[in-house]
Design a protein around this ligand. Sequence first.
Ligand code: PMP
Length: 299
Amino acid sequence: MSEQLIFLNGQFVKKEDAVVSVYDHGFLYGDGVFEGIRSYSGNVFRLEEHLTRLYDSAKSIMLTIPYTKEEMTNIVVETLRQNKLKDGYIRLVVSRGVGDLGLSPYTCARAQVIVIAEPLSIFPKELYETGLEIVTVATRRNRSDVLSPMVKSLNYLNNILVKIEANLAGVQEALMLNDQGYVAEGSADNIFIVKDNKLLTPPGYVGALVGVTRNAIIKIAREKGYEVSEDVFTRHDVYTADEVFLTGTAAEVIAVNKVDGRVIGDGKPGPITSILLEGFRELTQTDGVKVYDQTLHVS
Ligand code: PMP
């Protein structure tokens, strides 16, 4: 990539000039929302769904995003164009903005909008061939009535603590339970289990972010004739599943081979996981907002 350009409050600036104030409440308090989006061969996958989640998250925390969804679509597309990227990871951040040191968001005059597009650092290919080992962590998912996991806020400490626990246990990903002990999700991925050819994933209200990849997988699986339910389940169901996999923008669809020392299936990515990964990758090549075949303008 030539010189990276970052969208910062209405302008494209060089990476070294893309700085925000230490009085920004996103920095001081994690007050803001964000999205992680991906572009495949010049198609921004499910951009509308990502933006809907962003605007819903902002609404939930009473944060006004100073652009319409249409304008934001153009900004994301233009950021990819400015960086001449077809395959890229896009980070969209909307922070509460610059205020005083108090908690009150009302001292922040205007939200700050940042869009970063980078070439993808794809997960190692071997991981898709071997699968991933995960462990259940002691840290529980935020309760929905405390800080809803449906809000993709800049407050990711819950997830970061989970990641630290998983790493301390020598694995890369975690299984997070909700406060009642039901399976919620990974540190930044949704979870599916497969038993007798049927798929099961926790509903959002159990304590999971409703993932864009998750939703795409549910649709692909149903189109391929598999039954998919959104319901609560426990670790026992995970341990005894035929297949377990995680979904997320970065990970796409990744098999889990071991959970808390229990080998899942025969310890290799299962057939349904592989079919769904293939279906997902096919979809990403065609579906999405086209970055290079339309005229879009940043206002
Ligand atoms: N759960 C959490 C907590 C996440 O941060 C993510 C990543 N955005 C996901 C699930 C997966 O969501 P998506 O498929 O939209 O990337």
